[in-house]
Unconditional design. Structure first.
Ligand code: ADP
Ligand code: MG
Length: 596
């Protein structure tokens, strides 16, 4: 038997490795534009043809390269940006792996022209399939021009995999936008098939946002700016009315690098909680800057996902900063003033996390200090109701359930039409919708429980089994793990059949089968909605389904319990579906109703 193991030829190894970095024309746009930024360019021009399939060209006025570097830059792991492993923890540049140009050269025809300030002549290199075809002097201004032609000309399988021009162009616009946002002081232009799509003069971040996303935003951006020793956050968020039902204008940059982070997105959504409905997305462009040693950008080849040394701090900080910013534009002027002052005096906003940066690395202890004093927390509670002055109720909720419970206990409650609870307080009157209130309470309870620890399960004495139609069984498969973290204990039990061993301790376990059927029905309503995770959908369905309905008579005791629970919610104003939970009539408003 001959030996069978062979080394792959270089150009094939390069093609395979290239797949990680260059997936589509937009990947090359990103890499080439980042290189231009790293080279210190103040002008970057992007030119593409056929959605980048036949040409992606980036021209910059950066440092340029000499003959040797121009040749070297196409070697795999050729980089001028790190020299030792330690450098990896101090990265300030966009690139560092030295893979992009080698990858591009492996899967396209590349023409490079470059010149340094100090050189007489520039250098021209043509390379194809990782093989240099031409290298000669050329007249060129200081800076670099990279042209990538006919992407995947030598890898037909990948070429066929590319999407329509419209889809590929979309990806390119996305990459261009991210980089243009991250560097507003740099001039950018973007020309597609000979037509100029963008011409972005250098300016402030606000100007850049408006250039890219439309002048209607000009008066609708709220500045975010918080600085501590540990991290800084700057940028803009949209006023609540700019929120849209579709995603698209949400940008996080960490040390100037665009990142995707569902976790931090959640922090922002949290900050907006009572200001927009839960199914809409606010606009934000936020820059987080912190010591590079606190971030690992090395976890993903295209570097869009990063790991924070302590992501809880970052979460709390982002949330607090956005809340603080939102508190500054006024809905109710007097209330706003108070809120603003209260928040501004909070130690978490005023003070650095710590004097010594070293301590910052012991992240979790700082985080504890930050939340244990309920600082981030307090902002949250206060801010949950900026539009509706709840008078004595809101501060009570912030201070804890004790006071609220007492206040509610003192009030004489009245149920109206078996649907609304009338709550008189000193100078106002609230009308609370019992079903929406209960949905809110259940929703928060389940969300919290599923985040922190599994919900207590109550084992059934006699396990029941049930069967589902095929379509429902498919949904059941999808949500079973979620149900089990929420306190159910259900196992598959043969074809399309399930065995119920336990139910959540505070859900009545009378007829689990019909409970599950109802739940599946509810879940179907949310199923197609991509903005929620399966878990959130299950929680929404469960809280919807288990909530007291409108039309059910409640005892005084039940009403009191419900209100006490409601006003300790983080966000009592809206139901999970976005309906208002209560309306408020102030003494003035009531008086005005009787005005002549
Ligand atoms: P990385 O950016 O990770 O270092 P690349 O493959 O993208 O790796 O680039 C390799 C090297 O080529 C860079 O480190 C840089 O020294 C040089 N280079 C690439 N593009 C430019 C440019 N536009 N201007 C000047 N130098 C460049
Ligand atoms: Mg690079």
């Amino acid at each position: 038997m001959p030996d069978r193991i062979q080394l792959l030829p270089d150009h094939i190894a390069n093609q395979i490795a290239a797949g990680e970095v260059i997936q589509r024309p937009a990947s090359a746009v990103k890499e080439l534009m980042e290189n231009a930024i790293d080279a210190g360019a103040t002008e970057v021009k992007l030119i593409i043809n056929d959605a980048g399939k036949s040409l992606v060209q980036v021209i910059d006025n950066g440092s340029g390269m000499g003959d040797i570097d121009a040749r070297m830059c196409f070697e795999r792991h050729a980089t001028s940006k790190i020299r030792s492993i330690d450098d990896l923890f101090q990265i300030r540049t966009m690139g560092f792996r030295g893979e992009a140009l080698a990858s591009i050269a492996a899967v396209a025809q590349v023409e490079l022209k470059s010149k340094r300030e100090e050189d007489e002549a520039g250098v021209f290199i043509a390379i194809e399939n990782s093989v240099v075809k031409v290298q000669e002097p050329v007249a060129h201004p200081r800076g670099t021009s990279f042209a990538m032609k006919n992407l995947f000309f030598n890898v037909p399988a990948r070429r066929n995999f590319l999407k329509s021009n419209a889809a590929e162009l979309r990806h390119i616009v996305d990459e261009f936008t991210r980089i243009a946002l991250a560097f507003p002081s740099v001039f950018f232009s973007f020309t597609s098939n000979g037509q100029q799509l963008y011409h972005l003069e250098p300016g402030s971040l606000k100007q850049r946002i408006v250039q890219l996303m439309g002048s209607q935003l000009n008066a609708k951006l709220v500045a975010v700016r918080e600085q501590t020793d540990y991290m800084n956050i700057t940028g803009f968020v949209g006023k609540p009315e700019t929120a849209r039902k579709t995603r698209g204008e949400q940008y996080f940059f960490v040390n100037s690098r665009f990142i995707r982070s569902p976790y931090l997105h959640h922090a922002v959504m949290n900050a907006y909680q009572s200001l927009i409905t839960s199914d809409s997305f606010p606009l934000y462009v936020l820059f987080i800057d912190l010591d590079p040693a606190q971030v690992d950008v090395n976890v993903h080849p295209t570097k869009q996902e990063i790991k924070f040394e302590d992501e809880k701090i970052v979460y709390a900080f982002v949330q607090a900063a956005v809340k603080h910013a939102l508190a500054q534009f006024s809905v109710t002027p007097t209330l706003d003033f108070e809120l603003d002052a209260a928040i501004q005096s909070l130690p978490s906003i005023q003070q650095p996390f710590t004097d010594k940066k070293q301590e910052a690395v012991l992240g979790s202890s700082i985080f504890r200090a930050f939340t244990q004093k309920h600082q981030a927390h307090l902002i949250e509670r206060r801010m949950a109701t900026p539009q509706q002055d709840l008078g004595s109720l809101a501060p009570a909720a912030a201070a804890g359930a004790g006071i609220t419970a007492r206040q509610v206990a003192e009030a004489d409650l009245l149920q109206l039409l078996n649907t609304y609870i009338v709550v008189p307080t000193e100078r106002r009157l609230l009308l609370v919708h019992q079903q929406y209130a209960h949905e809110r309470v259940l929703f928060e309870r389940l969300s919290e429980a599923s985040r922190e620890k599994p919900v207590a399960t109550q084992r059934t004495m006699f396990p029941q089994s049930f069967e589902l139609p095929l379509a429902d069984a498919a949904i059941m498969e999808e949500i079973l793990p979620e149900l089990n973290t929420l306190g159910y204990h259900i196992e598959p039990f043969g074809q399309n059949a399930y065995l119920v061993q336990g139910t959540p301790a505070d859900v009545e376990a009378l007829n689990v089968r019909s409970q599950i059927e109802l739940l599946l029905d509810q879940y179907k309503n949310f199923r197609a909605d991509k903005s929620f995770s399966p878990r959130e959908k299950v929680i929404r369905s469960l809280s919807r389904q288990s909530a007291t309905r409108a039309g059910i008579p409640l005892t005084e005791r039940e009403m009191k319990q419900l209100l006490a629970d409601l006003f300790t919610c983080r966000q009592p104003n809206f139901s999970p579906q976005g309906q208002p939970v209560f309306v408020e009539f102030s003494a003035e408003h009531l008086a005005s109703l009787f005005a002549k």
